[in-house]
Design a protein around this ligand. Sequence first.
Ligand SMILES: *Cc1c(COP(=O)(O)O)cnc(C)c1O
Length: 391
Amino acid sequence: MIIPYGKQEILQSDLDLVNEVLKSDFLTQGPMVPRFETAVANKCNVKYATAVNSATSALHIACLALGVSEGDIVWTTPITFVASANCARYCGATIDFVDIDPLTYNISVSRLEEKLIEAEKNGILPKVVVVVHLAGQPCEMEKIHELSKKYGFKIIEDASHAIGGKYKGQPIGNCKYSNITVFSFHPVKIITTGEGGMAVTNDPEFKARMDRLRSHGITRSVEEMTQAPDGPWYYQQLELGYNYRMTDIQAALGVSQLDRLEKYVERRHQIAKRYDELLSDKPVTVPWQHPDSYSGMHLYIIRLKLGEMQLGHRQVFEQFRSAGILVNLHYIPVYRHPYYQKMGFNPKDFPESEKYYSEAISIPMYPGLSESEIQEVVLRLITPIGHQTLF
Ligand SMILES: *Cc1c(COP(=O)(O)O)cnc(C)c1O
């Protein structure tokens, strides 16, 4: 039996809508893309949405819309997928990291404040901070927003894990405390378009800029042009953009999947509750939920209490994998990758991230996970193959 850590669900209704597009006149960016954008914006209670071919692309054009360029500084958390940092590097900016909170594993607000005070003294304040809602649990946005006003930085929420979640009862993605929020629709995420992403915002200028950047920097809007059109064929490239467009085929899958968003997040919470119960007397720390948070629950991350176990972190991980339970580790701290190591980061500057990296394991979490599979996962933690008992 193989149990992956995450898995999409494709239903007949998904196939039907995708089929409709395949038989229609538009394959790429036709009517389905704006339909998907409007549907996501409505769910998130936000004004504008720009669909693109990945969250990585969305993070890139979000940084560009916020004016990130060479000489600027961007901060993020080390416990994230590399894309949250790479977006700054695409723009030629310098990246730095803020250590994580020991309870939520999100960016630590107290460490952020300390680092801002220090950076202000040295005249090296960040232009943008990319916060990541790890596992779907929102960061402490209200406090981060206050800091952004005091120190003059802009905020991108990397909500790749968090669509369908809430912060203080409001949908993640409403951009109440940020400039732009980004979602991912990669198949392991909460809803999928195969590959895909979206950037949402309440600012019409950011929206217009991101729309342009997703399609070569080209505009067809006369108001944006530097001269009257030469003729009906006319368009202008105003800046250097990209081909980051989402297809209508992908958008159709997204529209169809989005109908099940609340159901998916609820099911993920049910699974988390079962894990919480079954693991309550085991030497692991289960995910702590901040009272302001209703997590998207993309991941269920346990931390091993290694002092109470006979096996080490790597051994527990290998035992799971050899039993066909495809656990994962989200994430290798970004500064540990050779590309970032060359920039001279010292792991000692991030003690909470280092400790996290030595203890964390993401166990399977997806709506299709059955009760017997949940029990199998827990059993493998308690009694790994070839061992009488683990503790
Ligand atoms: C998956 C993910 C991304 C990248 O998403 P893609 O759609 O695959 O580009 C970025 N940030 C985080 C936190 C992610 O989990």
